[in-house]
Design a protein around this ligand. Structure first.
Ligand code: HEM
Length: 104
């Protein structure tokens, strides 16, 4: 696998925390909770950051069987929070990222 021999029967997993703290993707201050980084990042860096978060559901053949349900629930939460909030669009996005961060 990627040039490394992996014996049959080896359990393989991924470390979501480590992957979502990759400084080359999320910036040098990954140890700081700063959801604004998604607003500040220019395209295509922002697209890369969002795409990289997808790994929290696993990847390849073995992914989360409930991903569609989880995304539907999250989108409903985002919609309800945005609808009732008096905040600006940018502030709403930060609140929604905070909710997502708390859930994950
Ligand atoms: C934000 C919410 C969620 C995250 C981040 C998440 C993440 C994951 C991850 C990383 C796996 C392991 C994938 C692998 O084997 O490599 C998994 C498996 C699974 N998840 Fe989720 N999950 C979420 C929500 C849900 C929900 C809401 C359901 C059910 C409605 C669900 C059902 C499952 C099931 C059944 C598996 C086992 C799939 C299999 O082994 O074939 N998950 N999930």
């Amino acid at each position: 696998m990627n040039g490394v021999f992996v014996p049959g029967g080896t359990a393989i997993g991924h470390n979501s925390l480590a992957l979502t703290q990759n400084t080359s993707v999320f910036g040098p201050d990954v140890d700081i909770f700063r959801p604004e980084r998604f607003l500040d990042a220019p395209e295509p860096k922002r697209a890369k950051m969002i795409q990289s978060l997808d790994i929290v559901f696993g990847g390849g053949r073995w992914t989360c069987a409930g991903k569609a349900v989880a995304m539907m629930e999250l989108n409903k939460t985002f919609f309800e929070v945005s609808k009732q909030s008096q905040l600006s669009t940018n502030q709403n996005i930060i609140v929604l990222i905070m909710i997502l961060d708390a859930l994950l």
